[in-house]
Design a protein around this ligand. Structure first.
Ligand code: SF4
Length: 89
């Protein structure tokens, strides 16, 4: 898809501190798991009935922070030089 093609141009430099921290105890009582459907980079997945999060493909769009109404997402930008790198091709 176009989204997959564009995501293949993205590079990420991982910082030792995650810029998104997810409180899984709040995910367990979430009735809709909106993050799973909203994240364009599929950082949120349902595995064995539970929401699992991995930030290493994150494009820093902020969608999960906006969509989560359970207060499960703590979101901060990575420090300078880290995080997503967009290439304009
Ligand atoms: Fe996914 Fe965007 Fe949240 Fe990153 S900021 S985990 S890409 S929804």
């Amino acid at each position: 898809s176009d989204v997959d093609n564009k995501l293949s141009l993205v590079r990420t430099r991982i910082h030792r501190t995650a810029h998104i921290v997810v409180d899984s105890s709040k995910c367990e009582v979430c009735p809709h798991e909106a993050c799973v459907y909203g994240c364009p980079a599929t950082c949120y997945r349902v595995i064995d009935g539970k929401v699992k999060f991995a930030y290493d493909g994150c494009v820093e769009c902020g969608t999960c922070d906006v969509m989560c109404d359970q207060g499960a997402v703590t979101w901060t930008y990575p420090p300078g030089g880290f995080g997503v790198l967009y290439r304009l091709l």
